[in-house]
Design a protein around this ligand. Structure first.
Ligand code: URA
Length: 251
């Protein structure tokens, strides 16, 4: 059988498996599925890393660039969060970034502006990057969840399940060698881990073609106080230095 057809069938079968996990029993051939089938078959596309990296399984009908994926997220109503959003926060940065930063979910400022990390934790994040000579404009910044949870609560399991396929797709399109997972939700979602951040941080974890460094979320650093805050910042500083060394290889 033609190799491209095998790729397409693999894509379709992993997408169907994902839908089944979500509890979907019947898939009507609506416009989204038709567009996916037409596009894949006509263009004989195979997405980077799709067959070689099991961790980056194809979980959604597959736009082949970030603009296409952004449009898909703009139309998303997979969970309740779409009802109250001002804007989706898709993420920003170069499509060929060597480092992708993944946060948890947009806050108030991000929801208003449609941009990632523009509130108080964004300021700290920019300072943290500058401290290790990484320019914010060179990295791609996004979050697990693309719409703001009310009162900035931690996103629920269903919300993460509904949204994280967009994140995986972003990562597959950008195909970065390095990922910085900001906080517990990003680290656990990317690594499919249940361990606490303190046991995940401080080292790289392989994820497909990429290596993931979990680190404390800037908002967590801002929320903590006194000597605890100093300890956490010291640890985050150590982790950033490990990242800096690796990132230097890709500049
Ligand atoms: N925190 C996040 O995790 N993401 C944002 O975009 C902003 C704050």
């Amino acid at each position: 059988m033609n190799k491209e057809i095998v790729h397409i069938m693999n894509d379709i079968s992993s997408w169907l498996r994902y839908q089944k996990q979500l509890g979907v029993e019947i898939i009507p051939k609506g416009p989204e599925l038709s567009a996916f089938l037409d596009h894949r078959v006509k263009n004989k596309m195979s997405l980077q890393g799709l067959t070689s990296t099991q961790e980056y399984r194809d979980e959604i009908p597959a736009p082949t660039d970030l603009d296409g994926l952004r449009k898909m997220v703009e139309n998303c109503n997979r969970c309740e969060l779409h009802k109250k959003r001002q804007n989706i926060v898709f993420g920003e940065g170069p499509e060929n970034a060597k480092l992708v930063l993944v946060g948890e979910a947009p806050g108030r400022e991000e929801d208003m502006q449609g941009l990632p990390f523009v509130g108080p934790s964004g300021e700290l994040l920019t300072d943290m990057l500058n401290a290790v000579n990484i320019s914010r404009k060179d990295v791609f910044i996004t979050s697990v969840i693309k719409c703001r949870p009310p009162h900035n609560r931690t996103p629920g399991h269903e919300e993460i399940a509904a949204c994280s396929s967009f994140l995986r797709h972003q990562l597959r399109l950008i195909d970065p060698p390095l990922i910085l997972a900001l906080g517990l939700v990003a680290a656990q979602t990317l690594l499919k881990e249940k361990a606490p951040l303190k046991s995940l941080r401080g080292r790289f974890h392989q994820l497909g073609n990429a290596r993931v460094m979990p680190i404390y979320h800037p908002a967590y650093l801002l929320r903590s106080q006194g000597s605890r805050q100093l300890d956490l910042k010291r640890v985050a500083w150590q982790d950033l230095q490990i990242l800096e060394k690796e990132y230097a290889k890709y500049r």
